[in-house]
Design a protein around this ligand. Structure first.
Ligand SMILES: [Zn+2]
Ligand SMILES: [Zn+2]
Length: 280
């Protein structure tokens, strides 16, 4: 049995991802309206009513916009970083019984998956990303990270599939129309991960077993999918790792022989769309 791992929405306008493994259906973040999330879940064969746990990375609007309505309609438990909880409480119906604080490096055991929150450097009250164990497989989900901490690197190590932030092209951001203070915030240690920083990480991930990556939380103002992909491909190329797009993925198994390209030497790289589900 293999986990399903999808991004549903990904950008500074709103984020959500979906994981299904065994008896668990997990929603990570709900940064667009409840109706949009319901539509996206239905398009991949699920529904808010099926979600067994909702995990929040942090309390910024693009990660929690749908929270109040979702919590009024559906009764799943909500897990959020401990210092975000007081802020989120008014948005969570029956918060006393269903809002659970996440403490970095303290895993949450669901039925068939184990979700380990890992603190992320970001300018919110609190924030985390996730390393998820689904059977023998590990999955990584990290967005809104100013820089790659030692614990994030360790958390990503061995994750076969990874959603990772590739927020901005540094030159586009510097030349762009954002106010100076906002530029400084985004570029800072607790801001967002640039294409450059993200792409430098990819060869390291490939070395540690990552086969599929979705570049996530792209800035609509200071990035373009092809710019983020080009940075990723060039870094992988320099390290001797063959970067594959979703379309170029080899399907050699049907011919009854080994895949042409060994997984350790290649990585599937795609951009998580602003709106629209993709499977890792
Ligand atoms: Zn965000
Ligand atoms: Zn944020």
């Amino acid at each position: 049995m293999q986990a399903r791992f999808l991004t549903l929405f990904s950008s500074s306008k709103g984020n959500a991802a979906y994981i299904k493994y065994g008896r668990d259906e997990i929603l990570i973040d709900c940064g667009v309206s409840a109706a949009m999330i319901e539509r996206a879940l239905r398009s991949v064969g699920s529904s808010l009513a099926n979600i067994s746990a909702l995990f929040i990375t942090h309390e910024h609007g693009d990660h929690i916009r749908g929270l109040p309505v979702i919590c009024r309609k559906v009764g799943m438990p909500v897990f959020a970083p401990v210092n975000s909880c007081a802020y989120l409480e008014p948005s969570v119906a029956n918060a006393k019984s269903r809002l659970h604080p996440l403490v970095s490096l303290q895993p949450v055991e669901l039925f068939d998956t184990v979700v380990c929150p890992i603190k992320t450097p970001h300018d919110s009250l609190d924030s985390c990303g996730f390393r998820i164990k689904a059977g023998d497989e590990k999955l990584g989900y990290f967005t809104d990270i100013g820089h790659l901490s030692e614990n994030i690197l360790r958390g990503l190590s061995g994750c076969r599939r990874v959603v990772i932030e590739s927020n901005h092209d540094i030159e586009m951001l510097k030349r762009g129309s954002y106010p100076a203070a906002l530029k400084r915030r985004i570029l800072g240690e607790n801001g967002h991960l640039s294409n450059d920083a993200c792409s430098k990480l990819l060869p390291h991930l490939a070395e540690h077993g990552t086969e599929s990556v979705a570049l996530a939380h792209l800035s609509e103002e200071n990035n373009r999918p092809l710019v983020a992909l080009a940075a990723a491909f060039s870094a992988l190329d320099s390290a001797g790792v063959l970067a594959l797009t979703a379309e170029r993925e080899p399907v050699a198994d049907i011919f009854g022989q080994d895949p042409v390209i060994s997984p350790a030497a290649s990585m599937k790289v795609q951009v998580a769309p602003t709106c629209g589900a993709i499977e890792l």
